[in-house]
Design a protein around this ligand. Sequence first.
Ligand code: NAP
Length: 295
Amino acid sequence: MKVVIIGANGQLGVDLSLVFTAQNWSVVQLTHRNIDVSLCDQVDSALGSANADLVINTAAFHKVEQCENEPVQSFAVNAIGPRNLALACQRHNAVLVHFSTDYVFDGNRREPYTESDLARPLNVYGVSKLAGEGMVGLTWERSLVVRTCGLYGVAGSSGKGGNFVETMLRKAAERNPIRVVDDQVLTPTFTGDLAHAVSELVRTEDYGLYHVSAEGQCSWYEFARKIFELEGLRVDLKPVSTAEFPSPVRRPAYSVLSKRKLRSIGIEMPSWEEGLGRYLTARKLKTQTIKAVSS
Ligand SMILES: NC(=O)c1ccc[n+]([C@@H]2O[C@H](COP(=O)([O-])OP(=O)(O)OC[C@H]3O[C@@H](n4cnc5c(N)ncnc54)[C@H](OP(=O)(O)O)[C@@H]3O)[C@@H](O)[C@H]2O)c1
């Protein structure tokens, strides 16, 4: 079985490549240098020559502030891109997995959002991702749209340059006071755990929309506190409100995704605390390997 992974050097792309390789898939890794998903001809020729059974699209334009100022580019990558991929997958009869976001919701609820809850994004990024979901569902029935939340992976987000855990650890090393918002609640998700769940999901051939994030919930402040606790670091960490960090972009105050549908097909996600522990171990192994190779 052959899988094409688009956005292969992003944090999710790297972990998907590892998981599918370990499961004996033939893995074709395409980065932004090889393919621009917003360009229909490039997508069609890349997928035409790949002859894949499965295409996984992790490519996104997801710097939310930049999306707000560049709606045309947001829609080109996050909505037209998935449409191009869905059309090409239909033409070449490959299953498509596409990722979306918790930011399709407005955050007014206080209990986990299900797949059938009304999506009402608060920003251009969310609107463009919701349009991408629609394009995929509209175009190709053998497709999976996976909404996820708060990703962090050992490769670091290629689009955002790092991830929240690394930012917190860097700030702790600088020994400055750290202030983190305590009124945005989410579920941080390790990309290794998400990649495993996706590899199980594609085997079900049960297509459609799924919420896939870790179990549980926390604020960004609680997430930071757990990082420092697990690393045994004493840090001057204080909670602050979103209002104290003015931003031109509105973000949902609550974006926890219900995994009831995922569980109903037999796929369980670990808690966010377990995922964080696994991530911290994986990043240490990576550092040790780099040191061993360079010494
Ligand atoms: N990160 C999060 O917290 C989060 C939360 C919810 C949902 N998601 C969704 O999860 C997915 C994966 O996110 P991630 O954190 O793994 O992102 P990432 O690390 O930034 O990886 C995205 C990859 O897509 C590539 N890319 C960007 N524009 C492209 C284009 N036009 N054509 C082809 N490739 C392009 C990037 O390459 P370059 O960097 O070289 O441009 C990068 O390799 C995305 O769909 C995102 O919307 C992410």
